[in-house]
Design a protein around this ligand. Structure first.
Ligand code: CMC
Length: 394
């Protein structure tokens, strides 16, 4: 029996060809290609093809993949009505989780097994593509519903990123905004055996279905220690601004005492959101890319103050806890980037989930291709031979 490792730290629980991480050197590759190269040169659609096929597509293959994806943007009319009956105060991640789960009910054969009860890989891919194509529509439909606006139908002549921004805002985004969002989608697509990906693989390893695995993964991602951190980063920046104002201080002068106070309470669980990572002990390469990128987009959209605040927080953290390997992770600069694109705070985590759906689905297919049921053991630390005491005598 292997040693107990709290949080499964250091435990290798799957083999994957999709992404490689070297946490000490700050390297992330998708199928061997550095993330930086993909962010500069690829598109989200091409990256999804790469992750699902473990190779880059030829031009005709990419065209066919794009056409297929775009033909699936529309959600069932019943699901639109269901979303429109949801409370306007609901949190988008809860809506998303429920809607992805509901999609299974509009699929005539949701289970993805063939007649012999074996995983039907083409059917699973098709289900994954459906969910990936329809998640933007689900999120945009809910966002417009809660704002009291009419639903905007998807446009099959738009790529994944601009189509989402179009459905959200009712007008096509500028090419710069569409590209910014596309890059964020590429950066978040896959990341080894992170908590939500592991969750998806655990669920599919029972030969459950793609919808159940993706629904469970969404539940995992929304936690503040995982995908929810980007919203918390923005909350932190706003909190610093508000507190500085209350105390009549310049916001840049208030950052140092704020961070030092949080660090002083580290032992009681206080965290600086957007810092630290189970795997990276240096700066997350996605954060390196996003730092430069968020500076440019913040300058273009008049959000330079937020970038400067983030940069100062990073410098203080490097001085105080850099030696412990606590550096910015992907969520730190993605917060400023999403804010600059004009996305509402509670859509940050759904954006992460929208992209990561591609990674989850790829891992689910990888899992069932060479499946073994996940069933680890627990180390029992309770009593033995305890007497059963009748309720009246307790
Ligand atoms: N702020 C202050 N101290 C920190 C932080 C932080 N953000 N992260 C880690 N530490 C310290 C922690 O206090 C502990 O110190 P000590 O050894 O003195 O007790 C040490 O570093 C190890 O921390 P841990 O929480 O045991 O490390 P972990 O590997 O279990 O947790 C983490 C990783 C991401 C949950 C944690 O770094 C954290 O809570 N960060 C803030 C939340 C966050 O930004 N999450 C997004 C993660 S990246 C997106 C994704 O891939 O999901």
């Amino acid at each position: 029996m292997a040693e107990f490792s709290k949080g499964l730290e250091g435990v290798v629980a799957a083999e994957t060809q999709m992404s490689f991480i070297d946490g000490a050197k700050g390297i992330l590759e998708y199928v061997g290609i550095p993330i930086d190269d993909l962010a500069r040169n690829s598109t989200f659609e091409e990256t999804v093809f790469l992750l699902w096929n473990c190779r880059l597509p030829k031009k005709a293959e990419l065209d066919a993949f794009n056409t297929d994806l775009r033909s699936r943007y529309r959600i069932p009319a019943e699901l639109t009505s269901m979303i429109q009956s949801m409370p306007k105060t609901a949190q988008p991640m809860h809506v998303r989780r429920t809607a992805v789960s509901a999609l299974s009910m509009y699929d005539p054969s949701p289970n993805g097994l063939d007649s012999a009860g074996k995983p039907d890989i083409p059917a699973m891919r098709s289900k994954a593509l459906n969910v990936l194509a329809q998640i933007p529509t689900i999120i945009a439909t809910f966002d417009r519903h809660r704002r009291g606006l009419p639903v905007v139908d998807p446009r099959a002549n738009l790529a994944f990123a601009p189509n989402f921004l179009y459905m959200l805002n009712g007008e096509a985004p500028t090419p710069a905004m569409a590209r910014a969002f596309d890059i964020c989608m590429i950066l978040h697509a896959d990341h080894g055996l992170n908590n939500s990906t592991f969750t998806g693989r655990v669920v599919i390893s029972t030969l459950s279905d793609m919808y159940s695995a993706l629904t469970a993964a969404i539940g995992s991602l929304r936690g503040p220690l995982h995908g929810g951190a980007n919203e918390e980063v923005m909350d932190m920046l706003h909190e610093i601004e508000a507190e500085a104002k209350k105390q009549g201080k310049d916001v840049m002068d208030y950052i140092e005492p704020y961070i030092m106070d949080k660090l002083a309470h580290r032992n009681e669980g206080a965290r600086i959101m957007g810092f630290g990572h189970r795997v990276y002990k240096t700066i997350d390469p996605r954060a390196t890319f996003l730092k430069t990128f968020s500076k440019q987009i913040a300058a273009d959209t008049g959000n330079m103050r937020l970038y400067e605040m983030s940069s100062k927080i990073e410098a203080i953290m490097a001085r105080e806890v850099g030696a412990k390997g606590i550096y910015p992770n992907v969520d730190f600069y993605s917060a400023t980037t999403y804010h600059s694109i004009g996305l509402k705070l509670d859509l940050f985590t759904p954006m992460f989930a929208m992209s990561r759906t591609s990674g989850w689905a790829g891992h689910c297919i990888e899992q069932v291709t060479d499946n073994r049921l996940y069933r680890p053991a627990a180390k029992y630390v309770g009593p033995h031979g305890a007497p059963y005491v009748p309720v009246a005598q307790r």
